[in-house]
Design a protein around this ligand. Sequence first.
Ligand SMILES: CC(C)(COP(=O)(O)OP(=O)(O)OC[C@H]1O[C@@H](n2cnc3c(N)ncnc32)[C@H](O)[C@@H]1OP(=O)(O)O)[C@@H](O)C(=O)NCCC(=O)NCCS
Length: 160
Amino acid sequence: MAVRPRPRYEVRRMRLSDLEEVMAIEVVAFAHPWSTELFRRELDHDWSTILVLVEPLAAAEGAGERIVGFVIYWLVYDEVHILNVATHPKERRRGIARLLLEEVIARARAANASMLTLEARRSNEAALSLYRQAGFHAVGIRAKYYADENEDAVVMTRNL
Ligand SMILES: CC(C)(COP(=O)(O)OP(=O)(O)OC[C@H]1O[C@@H](n2cnc3c(N)ncnc32)[C@H](O)[C@@H]1OP(=O)(O)O)[C@@H](O)C(=O)NCCC(=O)NCCS
């Protein structure tokens, strides 16, 4: 009988029980991380979705799964706004954020959204390059949008 290999990664919605693992990524990924409370509230909002990318673990590793990245987006009317995407530092440059964005785009299409929008820090080359690769285009600058560092935001959109 043919044995089908387990998929390397799976994407699913975040559950309350994922909070600790997601926060462990959040605090190392961002200089100004969201609080646990903010994530809890986000999970309760109808318009908000948090997707986690999980790596199924082999029996030898204790089975179960490990969260390696997440993305948060809002669906408001016909627009999807991406608030945050982050990958565990040890798992970067393996296509995880790209997979998460592909899933958001697929879900946006399924929800009949017409476009996606986001903001990224002007200095965040990794993020800007990730979004460009996913088909986003810079459409404007929000001056000093990130008040903490007085940093501009690049506004990007992608039509569906
Ligand atoms: C930005 C971030 C989410 C990218 O995650 P990732 O899983 O490493 O990204 P991927 O492996 O899917 O990369 C996809 C593409 O994005 C671009 N990219 C990703 N990291 C990059 C880096 N450090 N420098 C330049 N380009 C980068 C590349 O074009 C890459 O394609 P390639 O590897 O074929 O060249 C990750 O660096 C991160 O968590 N950063 C901290 C949190 C953050 O800044 N989030 C964005 C908020 S707007």
